[in-house]
Design a protein around this ligand. Structure first.
Ligand code: GDG
Length: 522
C-alpha cells in the first residue's frame, strides 16, 4: 500500500453483496456492476473519497455466485486490486436458505409490513446465524487496529454483535436501508429471533436509519423486548452506550445532473421522444418487488385513462422493471400480475398507432436510465413501503431544467424530505389517477418552483455528506461509549459531560437542567 493510503483511516464496508457480480464463462471470471440502492449510493460516496479524503476503504461481501476453489485466487486478486474488495464465499445452499430464505422470505416482507408473506422457518434462521458468523470470520481476516467497520442492511443484523465480542474497542456502525417496523410488527417474530437481532444490532456503537419513525421504532422495540434503559435515542446496553440516529440517504446528485446534460443523453432523448410520438411521458422504474407498488400504479393509470379520455393517445407510461430476487415465489407472482395488467391496459385502450404502456423487463445501463429520467414529464413512484427510495431523487437530479412532476407515495422514506412532490396514498387508485391528472395540468412555473426547492435540498445533502456525517457521529459515539459513564461517590453512574445532563437515580435516568440555560431572547 502506498504511504499516503496507509496513513488514512480505513473503513471496512460490509454488505451482503459486493458492488460487482461475477460470472464464470468458459472457466474464466467475468465482472459486472451490480445494482440496487445500497450499492449505487455507497459506490458514489467511495468514488469521491480519493485522493484528498481522510479515509480509505475495503468492501467485504458476497460476489454473487459460488466460486469454484480453483478460481478463488484470481477472484481475490482482481477483487482486491480493481475493487478494494474482499470476498465472502457462500455455497448455493447457504445462499438459498440465507438470502432467498430468511432475508427475503422473512425479514424483507415483515419489515415492509407484508405480514401475510412472512415465512417463519427455524432452519433458515439457523443458516442466517451461520452466514453472519461467516461474514464475521471474513472481517476478522482483514481487520487491523485503527479500522472503522460499517455494516449494512438487514442481511447482517447479527454481525455487529458477533464482531463486538471479538473487537471490544473498534468503532462499529450499522445502517439499515429498509424500514424498521413498529414494535407490533417486530414482535410477530419468534421472541428468541427478535432478541438476538436487537442484541446483534446493539453490538454497533451507532445504528442508523433513513427516517425518524424507523429510529423511534427500533428504540421502542429495544425498550420493550430487551428492557434496556434509554435516554432519548441513546441505549444503555450493558456497560456500553449505543446511539440510534436518523440519516436520510442522498444520491450522487452531480453524477446524474452531469450525465443528463451530456450530448449523448440529449441525443438519446430526441430519439426517444420521436419514438414516443411526442406524447407526455409518465415514467416508472423499479426493481421487481411487491413493495414497490407497481401493480397499484398500473391500476391508477388504468383508472386515469378511463376517467380522462381526452388524455388518451397523448400520454405514454414508460414502465421499466428491473429483474430482482428471481426464484422467490411472491416476486414471480408480482411479475405475472404486472404483465397481465400491461396486456390488459394496452388491449383495452391502445390501438395500432398508440400503445399506452411501453414495458421493458431488464436492467438498463446508466445512459438510457438517465435519458428516461430526463425525458419523463412525470415520475410515478408509488411504493407501498420503501426505506428511502432513490429513484425519486435521481429523477429530480436529472431534470436539469427543473420541469416535470414527481408523484410520490407517502410510504416512501423520501416523502418526509420531498414535501413539494405530489404525494399520494398508493392504496388508492383514485388518488393515483387524480394525481396524474393534476400533474399533467400543472403549470410549468409551479413545476419549477416545486422542483427547485427539492433539488436544492438534494444538492445540499447528497450522498457524501450523508456518509461523512454517519462516520463522524459513529466515531464520536464510539469515543463516548468509553467515557460517558462515570461513577459518583455513591457508586451510582452519572453522565459527566454533554449539554444535557442525566443522573442515574432509583434505577432511572433523570434529566438535569442545562448548565447554561439560554435566555429567552438569545
Ligand atoms: C434499498 C431500499 C433505499 C434500478 N434499476 C436500474 C437501476 N436501478 C438503481 C436506481 C437506484 C437503485 O437501483 C434503486 O434504489 P431504490 O432506493 O429505489 O430501491 P432498492 O433497490 O429497493 O434499495 C430503498 C435503498 O436501498 C438505499 O438505502 O432507498 O428504500 O429498498 O439507484 O438507479 N440502475 C440502472 N439500471 C436499472 O435498470 N443503471
Amino acid at each position: 500500500m502506498r504511504g499516503q493510503e496507509a496513513s488514512k483511516q480505513r473503513v471496512i464496508i460490509v454488505s451482503n453483496r459486493l458492488p460487482f457480480t461475477v460470472s464464470v464463462n468458459d472457466g474464466a471470471l467475468d465482472f459486472a456492476q451490480s445494482g440496487g440502492g445500497l450499492v449505487s449510493g455507497l459506490t458514489a460516496w467511495l468514488a469521491n473519497l480519493t485522493p484528498g479524503s481522510a479515509y480509505s476503504y475495503t468492501w467485504v461481501g458476497w460476489p454473487g455466485i459460488s466460486i469454484p476453489d480453483e478460481l478463488r485466487g484470481e477472484l481475490e486478486s482482481v477483487a482486491g486490486q480493481r475493487f478494494n474488495a474482499h470476498p465472502v464465499y457462500l455455497s448455493d445452499q447457504e445462499m438459498e436458505s440465507f438470502y432467498q430464505g430468511f432475508c427475503n422470505r422473512t425479514i424483507w416482507p415483515l419489515f415492509h409490513y407484508f405480514q401475510a408473506y412472512v415465512a417463519y422457518d427455524e432452519a433458515s434462521w439457523t443458516v442466517y446465524k451461520r452466514v453472519n458468523e461467516q461474514f464475521c470470520e471474513a472481517v476478522m481476516e482483514i481487520v487491523r487496529p485503527g479500522d472503522i467497520i460499517w455494516v449494512h442492511d438487514y442481511h447482517l443484523m447479527l454481525l455487529p454483535g458477533l464482531l463486538r465480542e471479538r473487537l471490544p474497542d473498534i468503532p462499529i456502525g450499522f445502517f439499515l436501508h429498509i424500514p424498521f417496523p413498529s414494535y407490533e410488527l417486530f414482535r410477530m417474530m419468534p421472541r428468541a429471533w427478535g432478541e438476538q437481532i436487537l442484541n446483534g444490532l446493539l453490538g454497533a456503537d451507532m445504528v442508523g436509519f433513513h427516517a425518524r419513525d424507523y429510529t423511534d421504532h427500533f428504540v421502542n422495540s429495544v425498550g420493550r423486548i430487551l428492557e434496556y434503559k434509554r435516554v432519548g435515542r441513546e441505549i444503555i446496553a450493558g456497560d456500553r452506550m449505543v446511539r440510534a440516529g436518523t440519516y436520510p440517504m442522498g444520491i450522487d446528485y452531480e453524477k446524474y445532473a452531469k450525465s443528463a446534460r451530456s450530448e449523448e443523453v440529449q441525443q438519446a432523448k430526441s430519439e426517444l421522444k420521436r419514438t414516443l410520438l411526442d406524447a407526455k411521458v409518465i415514467l416508472s422504474i423499479d426493481r421487481l418487488d411487491y413493495t414497490k407498488g407497481i401493480v397499484n400504479r398500473l391500476l391508477g393509470y388504468e383508472l386515469f385513462l378511463q376517467q380522462n379520455p381526452e388524455w388518451r393517445e397523448k400520454v405514454v407510461l414508460a414502465l421499466v422493471v428491473t429483474p430482482s430476487r428471481v426464484g422467490v415465489q411472491h416476486y414471480s407472482e408480482t411479475k405475472y400480475q404486472i404483465e397481465a395488467l400491461v396486456g390488459q391496459i394496452n388491449g383495452e385502450f391502445g390501438n395500432i398507432g398508440w400503445v399506452p404502456i411501453r414495458y421493458q423487463y431488464a436492467f438498463i445501463p446508466l445512459v438510457p436510465l438517465v435519458t428516461l429520467y430526463n425525458t419523463g414529464d412525470i415520475a410515478l413512484v408509488t411504493p407501498l413501503r420503501d426505506g428511502m427510495n432513490l429513484i425519486s431523487k435521481e429523477y429530480l437530479a436529472c431534470r436539469t431544467d427543473s420541469k416535470g412532476v414527481l408523484i410520490l407515495s407517502i410510504f416512501a422514506g423520501a416523502a418526509t424530505e420531498l414535501t413539494e412532490a405530489v404525494q399520494v396514498n398508493p392504496n388508492s387508485k383514485e388518488e393515483i389517477a387524480e394525481a396524474l391528472r393534476a400533474a399533467l395540468e400543472m403549470p410549468v412555473a409551479e413545476q419549477i418552483r416545486r422542483n427547485k426547492a427539492m433539488q436544492n435540498r438534494l444538492i445540499e445533502y447528497d450522498v457524501s455528506p450523508w456518509a461523512q456525517r454517519f462516520i463522524k457521529d459513529l466515531l464520536r459515539a464510539s469515543r463516548l461509549k468509553h467515557d460517558w459513564l462515570a461513577t459518583d461517590d455513591a457508586g451510582r453512574r452519572i453522565r459527566p459531560t454533554s449539554r444535557q445532563r442525566f443522573i442515574y437515580r432509583n434505577g432511572e435516568f433523570v434529566q438535569l437542567p442545562e448548565r447554561h440555560p439560554k435566555s429567552e431572547d438569545e
